[in-house]
Design a protein. Structure first.
Length: 176
């Protein structure tokens, strides 16, 4: 099947959970989390849950496990803590929980970010992977970065990724 055929066979509406990682934001001023919620809902996805935790490995892992335990969640988008400051521990917290990495996501995100921020794009540790058959995306905390990732990468391909991860292969087809 072609990539387009895979996309057409993928689920149309997904359940999204959003996790904002920040020591400085509160729910009322979580602009990146709000952007993720609005963008997901605008194309027909369900927003199942949304939460905010501090830049702390245990708090992040606990929230990720709790959100992925919700049966309605297909996609978890985490925003914040993907840079290089000492408090940026999102990748350290979530990386070990990933069963499979989607290396192309981080590569493409940094490539697309180049047009917005130039060489500073290399300072992002944006990443993605699968936990079982659920997609997890780790994004910077910037609203512009979140919007770029959602519009250019996550919304166009999350269902395709999950369709592939959940595919049941029937083995080789016998010839007539």
């Amino acid at each position: 099947m072609s990539a387009e055929q895979h996309r057409q066979a993928a689920p149309a509406a997904l359940g999204f959970a959003i996790l904002t990682v920040s020591d400085t934001r509160a729910q009322r001023d979580d602009t990146s989390g709000n952007a993720i919620r609005e963008l997901a809902a605008s194309v027909g996805h369900r927003v199942v849950d949304s939460t905010l935790v501090p830049d702390d490995v245990a708090a992040i892992r606990g929230a990720v496990r709790r959100l992925l335990a919700l049966p309605e969640v297909d996609v978890l988008v985490v925003t914040g803590g993907t840079g290089f400051s000492p408090r940026d521990v999102t990748l350290d917290a979530v990386g070990p929980l990933l069963d499979q990495k989607v290396d192309g996501f981080g590569e493409l995100f940094r490539m697309l970010s180049w047009s917005q921020v130039g060489a500073a794009a290399m300072l992002s540790r944006a990443a993605a992977g699968l936990v079982g058959t659920r997609a997890v995306f780790l994004l910077p905390g910037s609203p512009k970065a979140v919007t770029l990732a959602m519009e250019a990468l996550i919304l166009p391909e999350a269902a395709h990724l999950l369709g592939q991860a959940r595919r049941v292969d029937r083995g080789p087809t016998a010839s007539p």
